[in-house]
Design a binder for this molecule. Structure first.
Ligand SMILES: CC(C)(COP(=O)(O)OP(=O)(O)OC[C@H]1O[C@@H](n2cnc3c(N)ncnc32)[C@H](O)[C@@H]1OP(=O)(O)O)[C@@H](O)C(=O)NCCC(=O)NCCS
Length: 169
């Protein structure tokens, strides 16, 4: 892992930064399955209070070059552990998500572990595949950010998958 990326516990001071990052319309379109109203600060803060208190959820802040670049997390969905991540737009396109997820997967070692991405979220699908995830299914659901039902891929990082990051080098 590059020295310029660090994962650490989420602090109260990170939350206003995350809130600003998740306001971006293009990021919402990509992520698709977002909160109903990303501009609702109270709902955002209540959501974070809930997920920080939930012992089944692992949240980490992604720090790039001393700046809060975003977050990465795992959470349980119907008994399966899934990963998710979100970076501020100014941090996109520099390999940060790939390196942050790689680091997270060294820390969160449960396998298999799963992920979902809208079928047209090419960046997220690429991040997952570079970290060893493979597409293992598909689903559809109502995407708040798009106001319609859309299709998504389900991805799996198997217990015997190659160590993340190797493919990215
Ligand atoms: C998805 C996201 C985390 C990607 O972060 P990132 O730091 O830019 O990703 P990386 O730089 O690690 O690169 C990912 C790969 O995707 C590629 N990529 C980036 N944007 C792309 C795009 N729009 N179309 C196709 N490929 C793209 C990159 O070229 C790179 O592949 P490469 O190394 O083979 O060139 C970021 O865009 C984001 O936070 N989006 C909003 C939230 C979101 O979608 N979260 C995921 C929900 S499933």
């Amino acid at each position: 892992m590059a020295d310029d990326i660090v994962l650490r516990d989420v602090t109260d001071d990170d939350l206003p930064i995350f809130f600003g990052q998740q306001l971006d319309p293009d990021a919402n379109y990509m992520a698709a399955f977002t909160s109903r109203d990303p501009s609702d600060r109270d709902a955002f803060m209540a959501h974070w209070a809930k997920i920080r208190a939930d012992e089944t959820i692992t949240n980490r802040t992604v720090v790039y070059d001393g700046q809060v670049a975003g977050s990465v997390a795992s959470f349980e969905d119907f008994g399966q552990l899934e990963v998710t991540y979100w970076l501020g737009r100014e941090f996109w396109g520099r390999g940060i998500a790939t390196r942050a997820l790689t680091a997270f997967l060294e820390y969160q070692t449960t396998r298999p572990i799963y992920a979902r991405a809208a079928k047209d979220n090419a960046a997220s699908l690429r991040v997952l595949q570079k970290c060893g995830f493979v597409i293992t299914g598909e689903d559809k659901g109502y995407a708040n950010a798009r106001g319609q039902v859309i299709e998504e891929y389900l991805l799996t990082l198997a217990a015997d998958a190659e160590t993340p990051a190797h493919e990215s080098e």
